[in-house]
Design a protein around this ligand. Structure first.
Ligand code: ATP
Length: 229
């Protein structure tokens, strides 16, 4: 069976500067895949190409058997790729509810369901997003992506810069989504948090995938070579 998302030989440039030199990865239905690697190795660039925010110079991106490579980002979103961007960018001058409904598309994730999933968002419904804490903004960013009823949720450093207790809450929420069978591609650097959650890890190094396997198979050597500081 072919994977839900199949990325092959992805090459991406910023102007004249090449950032990806042939990244390969797959996400199967219901699978959680962690894209890992040190700073600046190409994780965000890879997911921005998948979400069609960045142009692809070579290689291919197939989603549900469809070639996404030349499509604009709104088409990728409509086909079912929901991005939770790095830095949890919400509309600061819209309320929580307005943020959630702005991108809504029909499906099982409704405003009521998102409020039930993140009760803190229900409590903050009428507040401007700019007044939320970092953790609440992250919940809002995830809630907003869920409101598009994605088939694949893509999370870029969902817990970066958050306090440990909030990080745990966000990881628990991601674990609950996994439990519901949602397919997830996430970028992160913290192995301990990825371990219980991801089915597979893809490690990138200087714009290439260099290691693929289950998180439990990451040896100290692999960690030292590709993930250490
Ligand atoms: P981080 O963990 O720091 O977010 P990353 O693995 O997500 O890192 P990318 O942001 O994908 O890495 O960056 C990959 C390469 O592309 C780096 O060499 C980076 O300097 C370069 N790069 C990223 N964004 C741009 C940009 N807007 N213009 C030029 N080069 C860029």
């Amino acid at each position: 069976m072919s994977a839900m998302l199949e990325v092959e030989g992805l090459e991406v440039f910023y102007g004249a500067s090449q950032a990806l030199f042939g990244v390969n990865l797959q996400v199967r239905e219901g699978e959680v895949v962690a894209l890992m690697g040190r700073n600046g190795m190409g994780k965000t660039t890879t997911i921005h190409a998948i979400c069609r925010i960045l142009p692809v110079r070579a290689g291919s991106i197939r989603f549900d058997g469809r070639d996404l490579t030349g499509l604009p980002s709104y088409r990728a979103a409509r086909l079912g790729i929901g991005l939770v961007p790095e830095g949890r960018r919400c509309f600061p001058n819209l309320t929580v509810t307005e943020n959630l409904t702005a991108a809504a598309r029909p499906g099982e994730w409704t405003l009521a369901r998102v409020r039930e999933f993140f009760p803190r968002l229900a409590e903050r419904s009428g507040q401007f997003a700019s007044t939320l804490s970092g953790g609440e903004q992250q919940m809002l960013a995830i809630g907003r992506a869920l409101m598009t009823n994605p088939r694949l949720l893509v999370l870029d450093e969902a817990t970066e810069g958050l306090a440990p207790v909030i990080r745990r809450e966000i990881w628990q929420a991601i674990g609950a989504l996994r439990g519901e069978g949602l397919s997830i591609l996430l970028v992160d650097k913290t192995l301990a948090e990825i371990l219980p959650l991801a089915d597979n890890c893809v490690i990138v190094e200087r714009g290439r995938d260099v290691w693929l396997g289950a998180p439990g198979e990451i040896t100290e050597q692999v960690e030292q070579d590709y993930l250490g500081l």
